[in-house]
Design a binder for this molecule. Sequence first.
Ligand code: NI
Ligand code: MN
Length: 226
Amino acid sequence: MKITYYAHSCFLVETASARLLIDPFLTDNPLAVIKAVDVRCDYILVSHGHEDHTGDALAIAKANNATLIANYEIAEYFGAKGAKTHGMNPGGAHVFPFGRVKLTLAHHTSSINAGLNPLYMGVPCGLLIESDGKRLYHAGDTALFLDMQLIGRGGLDVAFLPIGDNFTMGPEDAVEALDFLKPRIAVPMHYDTWPAIAQKPERFAEAAGARGHRVHVLRPGEVLAV
Ligand code: NI
Ligand code: MN
């Protein structure tokens, strides 16, 4: 399995049978290394409604005839705009041709077009993906929460965790999250995109390493094989 970091919380996961794009945010992302029109995928998984996770979801879904997987409200919203969608909700799992996806809890908010008239987009979620015998957890945007212990049951190969602080948990809480999740490899995300979430991922890696956790920091465009 090949995982490419597209900056912020966006990853391309290439399984044996499908290309999964998570939280597409490229066009307005100052750190993006690929244009939305150049992305090829079969599925798009979206953790919550905020534009830094859904910004390019509709255009990429339409251009690729990809199925957008998200909570019910987000699936209905993009479905009404012409995307092929599959709605779910936290605690629910579904087996797709490439493997199983379960939506998990996340503690955050989930609106779109935030401003005077934000549309509320259901609850924020994390994504638990099982494919090719690997288990991946993309935490979405979230605070640290004790129930992460439940998500780690059964073992995790990779956990993608936000470390940016301000909008999500910061590096200290992300280290505690690793104590609950115990993944084989942790990959930090949701940092450095804007000044408010500037972080030193190497410091997070060191702090996590001191607690016995392995962190793999990916630069935008870098690939991790698992
Ligand atoms: Ni968010
Ligand atoms: Mn975000």
